[in-house]
Design a protein around this ligand. Sequence first.
Ligand code: PEP
Ligand code: MN
Length: 338
Amino acid sequence: MIIVMRPNATHEEINHICDKVRELGLTPQLSRGVHRTIIAVIGEDEKLMVKPLEAFPGVDSVVPIQKAFKLASRDFRAEPTEFDMGGGVTVGGKKIHVMAGPCSVEGREMLLKTAEAVKQSGATFLRGGAYKPRTSPYAFQGLGEEGLKYLREAADTFQLKVVTEVMDPRNVELVARYSDMLQIGARNMQNFDLLKECGSSPRPVLLKRGLSATVQELLLSAEYMLSKGNFSVIVGERGIRTFETATRNTVDINAIPVIKAESHLPVLVDPSHGTGKRDYVLPIARASIAAGADALMIEVHPNPEEAKSDGPQSLRLPQFEALMKDLKVIAAAVGREI
Ligand code: PEP
Ligand code: MN
């Protein structure tokens, strides 16, 4: 249920309604738009039926939200979400942010080298996994906290933000200490304890779409974090499983305008995991920007032949530089910048 306030509703009237909602054992969640304030009611909102809230001063209407997700919906917030991460980085605005770096943090030197190169080419975030969700238990699992330290050092040296995956709810605080944005990987998109823990973190979150998840399931997972009060969420399309075997996954380009229509949250596309082959990363990155993506995640490695994970899809440093130059043209063509 959402309570739509009149455009001229006063602070007192808004606060009064919030108090009434709390009295019913429900939680009010405010969205202050340019023209009016909307109050979403979190909880078993049938309880609202017992109070004729429409009759209260300042209330325009009380409307049920038809969508399964509420806070993530455009009904709740009409304007696109933008969040400021400090240091001149605003996600969801005109600038398309590129998050680049190796699949796994493999060591200090390779990370410093990669960070310097991606910064030079125009990336704003350094990516790299310190905790890796590997299909095989025998594959490299990541450097853990040591990897987080390398990420922080490399990002600070070259004025980049850190985005890195957290897999275990017990590690959210630790990963948040070293990073600027928490990443929830595709395999953990419905790890509900992890979603709740990230929802209570002060860090923004990149939530990647599960391998076989629908857009609605993705937005419901985002809703977990919004319902905990963390609205700084970016949702990521990283390719889904289809019958096609020519590429690692199939990037669902449709998902970009669909998410934009249904939700106010910014959208990231990861053409590296989406295609699994470095030759296809540029064309899919181009298509993603043209379709409205707000950010891209690209795997880059100084020596992909030696990579501990995802070498075949990792761009070499000069290839990343060329990609960034190319994407600037596409971004400008759709009124954005990189
Ligand atoms: C990653 O970005 O490191 C990763 C493992 O991606 P995904 O969760 O999309 O597979
Ligand atoms: Mn990878």
